[in-house]
Each structure stands twice: as structure tokens, then as C-alpha cells.
Design a protein around this ligand. Structure first.
Ligand code: PLP
Length: 401
């Protein structure tokens, strides 16, 4: 089969062969329900416990702080809805959901649950970002203040600020922002799905600064799809969103996906032990790509901000991002337009609009995210194909005008 060059690692990553090997027995002879009181069950429980330790160790957390979920989306929903339900504001007439503050650049799986709660009587405040996609202390402080004339209960009680953005790759200074949230009395969560495996993360340090919870996903780090975790400060009591048999400390009922959790655990360990070397190699590929993009006249978004080492988000004037991605696909390169998770929607990227980028330029956005297996050779081929595609598209435009 013809295999295009994969340059979309922020969407998902190939399963590491050693991870697959570790998972396979749990899809075959070692099938057991971790709640069963026989050897098969005990074996599954031991495997989950080991994975829990591995995930905890990879982010500097305690194993008892790891709540396994089906992925990043579920972990984000668990925190947003579970925290908002736990912190309902009881007034004389109702028990309404509290105000939730989220940044303007959150992934839809943070934004949408917050919006659902707003429809059910809560409120959502958006924390803006600057032109480099950064959340500033001043904007966060303003979002945490009670609005004049508003009841004090309308101050945010739940806050979610992502650690690194999936589109631009921009990294937020959560250690600096967390104390502001803690001082306001709100609970703080951070979506670390894209940061995990690309940046060192220490939950203990962030927790001491005021962060209460962190979301991780397995399939962004060479693990299987369908596994993730919420790393949760045990002083924070969430209302579970899936009730039942009481698995995962009662926070997430349902028979555990043992094979996926085992794969996630090993992938987390590998991601952590190889982080520095991978980051260095990815930074070099990104520099190689961006130096050519600049020469070709591209705008590289948030290029002056601290970003994930593997991510480049760019656009060319008067070139449609969807069209470019389609042409590059035919030329043998898999890249994303706008946010990968919403590639079916042709609207301009919400993240870029929040940064003040014009809708016209934002519609041209293309994301390249490098990862395991990518080489300088592939980047050379990619920029050559890109130049040819741009010539073709510009030629077509000239004919049409
Ligand atoms: C920043 C961010 N958060 C959450 C998710 C969702 O994670 P999952 O695919 O594990 O549900 C993604 C996936 O693209 C993401 O990029």
C-alpha cells in the first residue's frame, strides 16, 4: 500500500510496537475482569495497578491520583461536569450550576461541556489570549473578578486552562496562572493532552501552585486510542458522571479496558524516558520546516511564543487551508487544516480568531505536527511538494481572476 508521510501527530500517533506487544496478551489468554475474585481477575488488577504507577510516575503524581478514563474527552468532561455539579450554588430557589471560566482556545471537549452547563443554568466566562495565543495574568485576573452588580456566586468556581494548544502548540505558564485561581477559591483544571509526552510535567509542583486536575490521553503518546486519565487532587470531590460498579475510586464506573490501560501505562513510561531526545529531534525538524515556510512567504502563527517542539501552524495569503490539505494528501503528505478534530467543519479556526488573526488568513491554516519516524528527508520532500502545490494553486487563481 502507498503510505503517505504522516505529519499529523497532534491528531493521533502510531502505536509503538512494544506497546502493542504488551497489550496483546490482555486481548487473548489473559482476559479477566479486574473486579473478579479469581486469578484472571487478580492478574488484570495487577496489570492496571502497574499501569497506574507508570502513568503517575510519568507526570510526578501519586498512583492514587490517577483516574483512568476512555480518553482525554471523557477526562475533561468528568472534571468540568463533575466539578460544576459538586460546586452547585444553592440559593433559596434553586441549586444552579456555578460560573465556569475557560480559555478562548480550549479544545471542544472542554468548551462543549461548559456550554452544556451554561444551557442548564450555569454561566461561562471566556479568558482571552494575546496575539501569540498566551493567556495573560491580567486577563485571567479580570475573568476571576465578580462582575459589578452581579452576585458573588457568579465568580467562577471552576476554571479550565489548557497546558498546550493542539493547533498552535503554544504552551501556557500554568505554574504562574494557578496561584491566581487558587487565591480566588476556584478549582483549576488543565488539559495536558497535547503537552504530555512533549514537555516535562510535574503534577506535584503544579498542584502546590494551585492546580487541582490534569487531563492526559494515551493515543497522543504512542499508546492505544480509547484510554486516558484524569490526574486528580484527592481533596477535590467530583460528582461522578458514570455511576455504576464504583471502579476508579467511584469516579468512573465501568469494567476497565485492561489492554488499553496496559498500553497507556507503557506508552507513558516510554514517552517520559525518551522525552528529551525526541523533543530535540522534533525541534530540529520544526526549525528546518519553518525556515523554508518563512522563505515561501507563510505566516507561522504564534512563532514568537514558547511552543511544543513538534508543532507548526501556518497559512499563506489567499490560499485555502482545506484545499491545500487535500492537494498535499494527493501528493503523499498527511497534514491537518485548522483543528484536526473539527476538520470536517470548514469554519475558520476559533483559536486563530481568538488571537486576532483575520478570518481570511485563518481559513488558510494548515498544521504540521511531527513525531516518531519523521526525518529531515521527509521535511525536504514536504517543502518541495508544498512549493509545487502553491504554484499550482496560484496558477489556477491567476487563470480564474
Ligand atoms: C487538547 C486536546 N484535548 C483533548 C483531546 C481529546 O482527547 P481524546 O482524543 O483522547 O478524547 C484532544 C484530541 O485531539 C486534544 O488535542
Amino acid at each position: 500500500m502507498f503510505a503517505p508521510v504522516y505529519l499529523d501527530h497532534n491528531a493521533t500517533t502510531p502505536l509503538a510496537p512494544s506497546v502493542l506487544d504488551a497489550m496483546l496478551p490482555f486481548m487473548g489468554a489473559r482476559t479477566g475482569n479486574a473486579s473478579s475474585r479469581h486469578e484472571y481477575g487478580r492478574e488484570a488488577r495487577r496489570a492496571i495497578d502497574e499501569a497506574r504507577q507508570r502513568v503517575a510516575h510519568a507526570v510526578g503524581a501519586h498512583p492514587t491520583e490517577v483516574v483512568f478514563t476512555s480518553g482525554g474527552s471523557e477526562a475533561n468532561n468528568l472534571f468540568i461536569k463533575g466539578a460544576a455539579t459538586a460546586r452547585r450554588v444553592f440559593s433559596r430557589d434553586s441549586g444552579r450550576f456555578p460560573c465556569i471560566a475557560i480559555s478562548a482556545i480550549e479544545h471542544p471537549c472542554v468548551r462543549e461541556p461548559a456550554m452544556q452547563l451554561a444551557k442548564a443554568g450555569g454561566r461561562v466566562r471566556e479568558v482571552g489570549v494575546d496575539a501569540m495565543c498566551r493567556i495573560t495574568s491580567a486577563d485571567l485576573r479580570a475573568a476571576l473578578e465578580p462582575i459589578e452588580g452581579d452576585a458573588p456566586a457568579h465568580r467562577p468556581a471552576v476554571v479550565s486552562l489548557m497546558l498546550a494548544n493542539n493547533e498552535t502548540g503554544v504552551i501556557q505558564d500554568i505554574a504562574e496562572l494557578a496561584p491566581l485561581v487558587a487565591a480566588s477559591g476556584a478549582w483549576l483544571h488543565s488539559d495536558a493532552v497535547q503537552a504530555f509526552g512533549k514537555l516535562p510535567i510535574n503534577f506535584r509542583v503544579l498542584n502546590a501552585a494551585g492546580l487541582n486536575a490534569l487531563t492526559l490521553s494515551s493515543h497522543k503518546i504512542g499508546g492505544p486510542q480509547g484510554a486516558g486519565a484524569l490526574i486528580l487532587d484527592k481533596r477535590v470531590e467530583l460528582v461522578p458522571q458514570i455511576a455504576g460498579g464504583g471502579q476508579e475510586r467511584g469516579l468512573r464506573s465501568g469494567t476497565e479496558n485492561v489492554a488499553a490501560i496496559v498500553g497507556f501505562g507503557l506508552a507513558a513510561e516510554l514517552a517520559q524516558s525518551t522525552l528529551e531526545a525526541r523533543a530535540k529531534a522534533q525541534r530540529a525538524l520544526r526549525a528546518q520546516l519553518e525556515s523554508t515556510l518563512h522563505k515561501q512567504g507563510a505566516t507561522v502563527f504564534a512563532s514568537a511564543a514558547e511552543r511544543l517542539p513538534n508543532t507548526t501552524f501556518f497559512a499563506f495569503d489567499h490560499v485555502d487551508g482545506e484545499t491545500l490539505v487535500g492537494r498535499l494528501d494527493r501528493a503523499g503528505f498527511a497534514v491537518a487544516s485548522g483543528a484536526a478534530c473539527s476538520s470536517s467543519q470548514p469554519e475558520a479556526s476559533r483559536v486563530l480568531l481568538a488571537m486576532g488573526i483575520t478570518p481570511a488568513l485563518a481559513k488558510g491554516a494548515v498544521r504540521v505536527s511531527v513525531g516518531h519516524g519523521n526525518t529531515t528527508h521527509q521535511i525536504d520532500h514536504f517543502v518541495t511538494a508544498l512549493a509545487a502545490t502553491l504554484d499550482e494553486l496560484r496558477g489556477l487563481r491567476a487563470v480564474c481572476v
